[in-house]
Each structure stands twice: as C-alpha cells, then as structure tokens.
Design a binder for this molecule. Structure first.
Ligand SMILES: Nc1ncnc2c1ncn2[C@@H]1O[C@H](COP(=O)(O)OP(=O)(O)OP(=O)(O)O)[C@@H](O)[C@H]1O
Ligand SMILES: [Mg+2]
Length: 335
C-alpha cells in the first residue's frame, strides 16, 4: 500500500519554513546592523552592505524556490480541470493518470470512478432501451395484424394509426442505438447528395408551407445512404412542421467548400427559445410550446440527426435566424 502524503501538510510545512527563514534573516540583519553601529569601525559600512545584499539575495532565492515548489504541487489541478471539461462535453472515456498519493491523487481516483460509473449507467440505459424496443417489435406487429381484421370504422383507423406511431418509435430507438457504435456500424457508399435531397423534396411536395430547392449539379459524398436520408428527412420534417402556419416555404441550400459540403435548411417558423438550444440534441427533448398534440413527435428526430452527423465526422448546428425561424446547418466531408 502506498503511503499517503498530505498535500495540506506539505503546504503548511513549506509556508512555515518560508516564514521561519524570513524571520531568521530579518533578525540576523538587525543584529548585523546594531553591531556595525556599535563597532563603528572603518569597514563597518562595507560589512553592513555585504550582509544586507546577501540577505536580500537569499530571501529572493527562497521565494522563487517556494513559488516553483507550490506550482509543482498544484500541477495535477490542471489535468483535473481538463478532465472535468472533457466530461462536461459528454466524453466519459477519459481517465486521469493517478501520479501522486496526496489529495489530488485521491481526487483523480474518485473522478475516474465517477466517470466509469456514469459511463456504465449510460450503457445500461441504452441496453435497456434497446432490449425493450426489441421485445416490443413482435407484439406490435401481432396487434397490427389483429387490428387489420377489425370491422371498418373510426376505432380501427385510430388503433392502426397508434400502432403505426408505436412501431415508428420502436424502429427509431433501435436505429438510434445502432448509431451509438459510430463509424463501425456505417454501410458507406458513394451517392449524389443533390439527388437525395431532390427525392426528399418530392416526397413532401404537397406539405405546406412548401420547399424551395434549386439543385446545382452533383455533389458526391461517401456515407451511409439510409442514415443520411433519415438525417435530412428529420430536418426537413421539422422545418415544415414548425413553420406550417407560415406562408413562406422552407429553403434548402447546398454549398460546396474545400473538402466538405454544407447543407442549410432554413424555415420562417416559430424558432426555438435560446434557453432550450443547448439541450435540443438530447433524446426525448421537446420544447414546451411544441408539446401540444397537433405537432406530434417524440423529440427523437434531432438526437438521431446529431448521432448520424457525428458518426460521419461532420458537424450540425441549429440557431435562430434574426428574421425568425430556424437555420439548421449540416457539414459533411466530400467523397
Ligand atoms: N425547425 C424548428 N423550428 C422550431 N422548433 C424546432 C425546429 N426543429 C426542432 N424544433 C424543436 O425541437 C424539438 C426537438 O425536435 P425533434 O425533431 O428532436 O423532435 P420532434 O420533432 O418533437 O419529434 P420527432 O421525434 O418526431 O422528430 C421539437 O419538439 C421542437 O420543439
Ligand atoms: Mg422532429
């Protein structure tokens, strides 16, 4: 077992030593001064100056030494600070190397334990969600078959519609879980993003307030086609759903830059309160005003969009436009 070294005790010891040395030097100086006045010999002034200079040099040296010593003692604090920032960004893989056996060492150990606990809790949550979704698939299919046999009417329609929603939710959760495995789970292929966006726009040709998209030639990317489709379907659906009361259509733009392509989806809808923006990519997060039944949804679309973009090493951001509405920007690497 390593012997525990208390940082607090070492600090107290260093500061006590510094104080003692300072007092001793001041007393010596005082004694030299008194002696030189008493002796009042010819070289008394020289003696006095030599002692004064040496004492000051010693004192400065001592202070510099103590400064660097304390700085070294607190160096692990920097590593702990960096680790806390990394964890705050949602990366729990990090472990701080435990180099000292003092309070910082203990803090690093507790921090590593906490990060491990949180990571296993998150894994457990994902596993549970995935298992439950998986187990629900078969009974939902069975219920749907039974519902199809029911007598035609309002009840049958509403039951089938609810079961469709449940089935969509379960599929979305399973897809979202697959994305937790990142790049390794991607089925990459080369395809034209302009074509894909055009087909998504055509899918929604009858939905108000409409979509404005002017394709300008092929933009080829290498990515998982079904996931990229889901990403843009979610963003386009959001744009349409949350600006349905507006007259202006949503606008899709595609800009090629060096090595990447940026896709902007801009609507003139209700926007998102600034206080909600930091949590907007969290699963099941919905803004209060859109919880009403008429907008529907589970709050999963953006969390999936975020995971898809991350798995493709791209970037996604959502911000409020000055003129109202949302600007959703996605950056993806070109093939
Ligand atoms: N373009 C937008 N304009 C205004 N609010 C938006 C927009 N896009 C997303 N939001 C807000 O963000 C929340 C989360 O969006 P997200 O797409 O994840 O879920 P959802 O649309 O509610 O449900 P679904 O799971 O069907 O996508 C929405 O509930 C909505 O309040
Ligand atoms: Mg949505």
């Amino acid at each position: 077992m390593t012997k525990k070294r208390s940082l607090y005790k070492r600090m107290v010891l260093t500061i006590s030593l510094l104080c003692t040395a300072t007092i001793a030097l001041i007393l010596t100086l005082f004694a030299v001064l008194v002696n030189s006045i008493r002796a009042s010999t010819d070289n008394a002034a020289l003696l006095h100056n030599v002692f004064l200079g040496t004492s000051i040099a010693l004192l400065v040296g001592l202070y510099i030494l103590v400064y660097f010593h304390i700085k070294r003692l607190f160096r692990p604090m920097q590593e702990i600070k960096k680790a806390v920032e990394t964890v705050a960004d949602g990366n729990f893989d990090l472990q701080i190397p435990v180099k000292t056996s003092d309070e910082f060492g203990e803090l690093a150990e507790s921090f590593n334990k906490m990060a491990n606990e949180i990571q296993s809790m998150l894994k457990y949550k994902d596993q549970l969600l995935s298992d439950v979704s998986h187990e629900l698939r078969t009974p939902i299919t069975r219920m749907r078959l039974a519902a199809e046999m029911m007598e035609e009417g309002k009840e049958k329609d509403s039951m089938i519609s609810d079961l469709k929603d449940m089935s969509h939710l379960v599929e979305t959760l399973l897809e979202s879980n697959r994305l937790n495995y990142g790049l390794s789970s991607l089925n990459k292929e080369s395809f034209d993003l302009t074509d894909l966006l055009s087909s998504l726009v055509a899918e929604q040709s009858d939905t108000i307030p409409g979509i404005q998209f002017q394709p300008r030639g092929a933009v080829v990317i290498s990515a998982d086609l079904s996931l990229i489709k889901m990403l843009f379907r979610n963003l386009i659906n959001n744009g349409l759903k949350y600006s349905a009361h507006q007259e202006e259509p949503i606008v899709i733009e595609l800009i090629e830059r060096s090595g990447e392509v940026m896709i902007s989806i801009v609507d003139k809808g209700m926007g998102i309160p600034e206080k909600d923006l930091p949590q907007i990519f969290e699963p099941f997060y919905r803004v209060e005003q859109s919880r009403s039944k008429n907008t529907g949804g589970y709050g999963l679309g953006l969390s999936i969009a975020h995971k898809v973009v991350e798995a493709h090493q791209g970037k996604i951001s959502l911000k409020n436009a000055e003129s109202g509405g949302i600007i959703a920007n996605v950056e993806l690497p070109l093939a």
